[in-house]
Ligand binder design. Structure first.
Ligand code: GPK
Length: 841
């Protein structure tokens, strides 16, 4: 059906087309209109929730107007598009970001104030969009911001979970999970009830030869689930480009099948079918760096991949181009192995549905996909059992076997007789049951594979993917060091610092070209500047101190050194090393004379982060931190010298308060385990120093900011394997200071020591896999250096200014430009003068 307005009527249309507001009065008019009509309230019945809703709807209308124009522009230009497939998008709040990106926050602030509201209170009404676990999901969100800000024609594709990552409550020191139902009121999504895709599961495959003698495979039977699209506008910063994030929601196919059941009186089971289908997009799996191999998770993956590919292919087919041009028009990036089925699905569409030859199809597939690896941890590498696959996706399993066969044949030709090699690289692991190795499939089906920091990209080439480098050559493997968006992580989270930087560098240009920060170097010794700089840090610490007081009841001194570790709780990230260090500090303070105590820099140790619900050791670490806090915080010998805080329910909006308030933050993973880390970048960009191991992006941060401006400690990645070997087969004596810490824990100083037996035991008796004891001395020493350095505030401030000045490299804009050039081969679509943007700086 032709849906466009006929040519002669288009003038009338254009005359009445929505025009985005630019003035305060127009904004207020929109807010009042939405309160009175959309929300059916009045000025006598308008609380902060209603004001939030109305302000968001006003901005949403504005975004959707630009969204429409952007989509039209991109369709007409018909240039290559990027599709970023990610099972997680950890977006956080949208209103503040929208106001800042379109440059109308000041107008909104004044407008809301005239209507009787404080903008901060309104912003705080919003529920985080928390469709992700941690770094991987937040990276995807930063990428969307950068792709829009750089005017790339790019879409994100994900799942519209009804429940995002759980909310964490701390009850008696333990983590308790509470469901995060976030869709009560979400003005940022547009349901597209007209965009619905059928997704098939189960059934069987019928094979036959057609009249021309061609082998045909038909996947038939099974069940159909419907995928409905929900679109979320992604505004670029200071550009009209507004891209799309499309999230899929599952629903039962209410076709004849249901009707039959219904009519035959089987009402209950037809409702049950509905519920079962809706389960697919119901909940985000709460594991970070861990694969559990659950059937529902595989269902989620295929559901999302099938709907997204159908959508992408449908859009391509409208252009009437030859299939061979597919990779010239489309780049698909796989965010980890979660969307790897897309490779198989595209091959299936091309050979089974579109009738292409295998080879022709496979060339298209491999030229289309790129794969990003985010971890080397063995427990995080996805594997699916063959029987499970066979049942759920029988045709896909056949195609995987064929991909594997052709791949192994090519390996055999290159390395004749090397049977070990064939076993090692096979996509099918010959275990009981057999398993599909998703990372290997992703490598074979992509034209580029990248790691997320230099060390990590080197490690994947020399360890887990070593054989594949031999097979495909080194050029297939590359590095794109992660980045973060300076819009959210500087401008939005730290408005005063952003303003100060703008005042010294000629406006907000640095937010689009972060290397402009370099100009700050000349102020590193400027007295006036340093004073303002320090005042801003102090104000951010006061803000966090108030937050700590209101949420935990503990009073902390904003003049103390704020030492922060916020991230998912994981043994490899070593929050246990941090808390053992805190206990060591406690012992040291207790043993000091009052005179000695006076010389010590007061410190606040702040922790935050969620443990996966089934990860006992991580939950034990949270418990220990809370119990240590309960003892230390009320010990009169200690007073202000040490406070230990665990912040409940760490998430993106809380990170925006926490990140600007650090003096030091901790990034202390066992060397070689943290692929990149991204909060390390956020903290340094906000004028905090870091204490870290030689791991992930810490290494490149050091290279950029200079080794005098970072506190590095601990063993190197290259030595980890030998150390582990010694623990297991040699003599393993613990660090004597760590032994004292363990003795204190065992004396029940922090509650029943039985609760922490598994934690201390993993280090004492079970090989200390994460090298806590090996790194303990170096860690404690380095913390002493931090204490000393902090006493010299003049030098400290200079270090932080120099560091910020040198952080330009870590913008996700740099990162996206590298993907675009090295992997996607796409170019931005420049925007003309049709912008209706606000002109705020
Ligand atoms: C990596 F494998 C995974 C995962 O399941 N979840 C996740 O958040 C992280 N990651 C890495 O742990 C970080 O080092 C990295 O910075 C981040 O992905 C983004 O690349």
């Amino acid at each position: 059906v032709e849906a466009s307005i006929p040519e002669p009527q288009r003038d009338a249309w254009k005359k009445f087309q929505a025009k985005p507001f630019v003035s305060k009065d127009d904004f207020e008019k929109e807010v009042v209109r939405h309160v009175e009509t959309t929300l059916a309230r009045s000025m006598f019945n308008c609380d902060e929730t209603a004001a939030y809703a109305a302000a968001s709807l006003a901005f949403r209308d504005r975004l959707i107007t630009e969204w429409n124009r952007t989509q039209q522009r991109q369709t007409f230009a018909d240039t290559k598009r990027v599709y970023y497939l990610s099972l997680e998008f950890l977006m956080g709040r949208a209103l503040d970001n929208a106001m800042l990106n379109v440059g109308l926050k000041n107008i909104a602030k004044e407008g809301l104030s005239e209507l009787g509201f404080r903008i901060e209170d309104i912003i705080n009404q919003e529920h985080d969009a928390a469709l992700g676990n941690g770094g991987l999901g937040r990276l995807a969100a930063c990428f969307l911001d950068s792709m829009a800000s750089l005017n790339f024609p790019a879409w994100g594709y994900g799942l519209r979970y009804k429940y995002g990552i759980f909310k964490q409550e701390i009850v008696d020191g333990y983590q308790v999970e509470v469901p995060d139902y976030w869709l009560d009121f979400n003005p940022w999504e547009f349901p597209r009830h007209d965009i619905v895709v059928d997704v098939q599961f189960y059934g069987g495959v019928r094979k036959y030869q057609d009249e021309a003698g061609k082998n045909v495979a038909v996947w038939e039977g099974g069940e159909i689930v419907k995928a409905t699209a929900y679109d979320v506008p992604i505004p670029g910063f200071n550009t009209p480009t507004t891209n799309n994030m499309r999230l899929w929601s599952s629903k039962a196919a209410s076709g004849e099948f249901d009707f039959q059941k219904f009519n035959s009186g089987d009402y209950e089971s037809s409702v049950a079918d509905q519920q079962r289908a809706e389960t697919i997009s119901a909940v985000l799996y709460p594991n970070d760096n861990l694969d559990r191999g659950k059937e529902l998770r595989l269902k989620q993956q295929y559901f999302w991949v099938a709907a997204s590919l159908y959508d992408i292919v449908r859009r391509f087919k409208k252009s009437k181009r030859a299939w061979s041009e597919f990779p010239d028009q489309i780049a698909i990036q796989l965010n980890d192995t979660h969307p790897t089925l897309a490779i198989v699905e595209l091959q299936r569409i091309l050979i089974d549905m579109e009738g292409l030859d295998w080879d022709e199809a496979w060339t298209i597939v491999t030229n289309t996909f790129g794969y990003t690896n985010h971890t080397v941890l063995p427990e995080a590498l996805e594997k699916w059992s063959v029987p499970l696959f066979q049942n759920l996706l029988p045709r896909h399993l056949q195609i995987i076997y064929d991909i594997n066969m052709f791949f192994l044949q090519s390996v055999e030709r290159k390395f004749p007789g090397d049977r070990d090699m064939l076993g090692r690289v096979s996509i099918i692991e010959e275990s009981q049951p057999k398993m599909v190795r998703m990372a290997f499939l992703a490598i074979v089906g992509s034209h580029k594979v990248n790691g997320v920091a230099e060390l990590h990209s080197d490690l994947i080439k020399t360890t887990i993917f070593k054989d594949f480098v031999k097979i495909f050559g080194p050029d297939k493997f590359t590095n794109v060091t992660n980045g973060i968006t300076p819009r959210r992580w500087l401008h939005q989270a730290n408005p005063r610092l952003s303003e100060l930087i703008a005042s010294k560098t000629g406006g907000l240009g640095f937010l689009k070209d972060l290397n402009v920060l370099n100009e700050l170097e000349k102020f590193a010794d400027d007295k006036e500047f340093k004073k303002e700089w320090a005042e801003i840090k102090y104000a951010n610490k006061v803000r966090l101190a108030k937050y700590i007081k209101s949420t935990t009841g503990v009073t902390v001194n904003p003049a103390a050194l704020f030492d922060i570790q916020v991230k998912r709780i994981h043994e490899y990230k070593r929050q246990q090393l941090n808390i053992f260090g805190v206990i060591h500090r406690y012992l040291t303070i207790k043993a000091m004379t009052p005179e000695e105590r006076k010389k010590l820099a007061p410190r606040v140790s702040i922790f935050g982060g969620k443990a996966a619900p089934g990860y006992w050791m991580a939950k034990t670490i949270i418990h220990l931190i809370n119990n240590v806090g309960a003892v230390v915080n009320k010990d009169p010998d200690v007073g202000d010298l040490l406070k230990v805080i665990f912040l409940e329910d760490y998430n993106v909006s809380k990170a925006e308060i926490i990140t600007p308030a650090s003096d030091v933050s901790e990034h202390i993973s066992t060397a070689g385990t943290e692929a990149s880390g991204t909060s390390n970048m956020k903290f340094v960009l906000n004028g905090g120093l870091i204490i870290g191991t030689c791991d992930g992006a810490n290494i490149e941060i050091t290279r950029e900011i200079g080794e005098n401006n970072i506190f590095l400690f601990g063993n190197l990645a290259e030595d980890v394997e030998d150390l582990r070997h010694t623990h297991n087969y040699g003599s393993h004596t613990l660090d004597p200071d760590l032994v004292k810490v363990f003795d204190l824990i065992k004396s029940n100083a922090f509650g029943d020591a039985g609760a922490f037996g598994a934690l201390t035991g993993s280090i004492e008796d079970h090989g200390d896999y994460y090298l806590v004891s090996d790194d303990f001395h170096s860690y404690i020493q380095t913390q002493t250096l931090v204490d000393e350095a902090y006493k010299n505030q003049e030098e400290w401030i200079t270090k932080t200014i120099l560091s910020v000045a040198r952080m330009g490299f870590f913008s996700s804009d740099r990162c996206i430009n590298e993907y675009a050039e090295m992997i996607w081969n796409v170019e931005p679509l420049p925007v003309g003068k049709e912008s209706g943007l606000g002109k705020e700086e």
